[in-house]
Design a protein around this ligand. Structure first.
Ligand code: GAR
Length: 219
């Protein structure tokens, strides 16, 4: 058996993606071990989730640091202290400085609630509804120095219904986030990811069912 991949997870909020990764590891679906959860918000539910599962968790309040670089340097130090090899951003609401990204080259994953490159930035589900897309979704990608931009590892698409609200669309997308984020970590942990410029090749990729998502359904 391969050694579990040492992970660090950075979160700011409710931590449901963190929970999905914890569950996948505990159920033996992902050969990884969360060495540290870092949370920049002291009251984030993500902290409670980590503690409930006996995972080391630290609050690093960004407001206590003079600059983004100083905050990042501290967090990178803590991740290195714990031997982290893959960093997962899971609803982390701070941009990373170039120094942070260079500390873990091609070793930082982010999840974004849109089919990138559509709707980067804040309020992606609201942007999708306002634009009127009929297919929305989520993306796990490698982090580079541009926001929501790095090579794409995995995406899931969901339909948008006429009566959707931000809440209902968010919920539908989130359910897919919880499926694809652990899968991305699995692919990494198993060494199945090869990066070639913007394109990510999945080693031994399963063939896709030959089916498109069409919305509205064809008559
Ligand atoms: C998720 O929907 C994630 O995709 C989004 O924040 C939410 C965090 O939820 N991230 C972004 O919008 C990043 N641009 P969680 O704390 O329950 O995992």
């Amino acid at each position: 058996m391969t050694n579990p991949l040492p992970l660090g997870v950075l979160a700011s909020g409710s931590g449901t993606n963190l929970q999905a990764i914890i569950d996948a590891i505990e159920e033996g679906r992902v050969p990884a071990e969360i060495r540290l959860v870092v949370c920049n918000r002291p009251r984030a539910l993500a902290l409670e989730r980590a503690e409930r599962h006996g995972i080391a968790a630290e609050v690093v309040d960004h407001k206590a640091f003079a600059s983004r670089e100083a905050f990042d340097e501290h967090v990178v130090g803590r991740l290195r202290d714990k031997g982290v090899e893959l960093v997962c951003l899971a609803g982390f609401d701070r941009l990373l400085s170039p120094a942070f990204i260079r500390a873990f080259p091609d070793r930082i994953l982010n999840i974004h609630p849109a089919l990138l490159p559509a709707f980067p930035g804040l309020h992606a589900q609201r942007q999708a509804l306002d634009y009127g897309v009929r297919i929305a979704g989520c993306t796990v990608h490698l982090v580079d120095e541009q926001t929501d931009h790095g090579p794409i590892v995995i995406q899931a698409a969901v339909p948008v219904y006429s009566d959707d609200t931000v809440e209902s669309l968010t919920e539908r997308i989130l359910a897919e986030e919880h499926r694809i984020y652990p899968e991305a970590v699995y692919l990494f942990a198993e060494g199945k990811i090869e990066i070639d410029g913007r394109r990510v090749r999945i080693v031994d990729e399963e063939p896709l069912a030959d089916r498109a998502l069409v919305n509205p359904a064809l008559g």
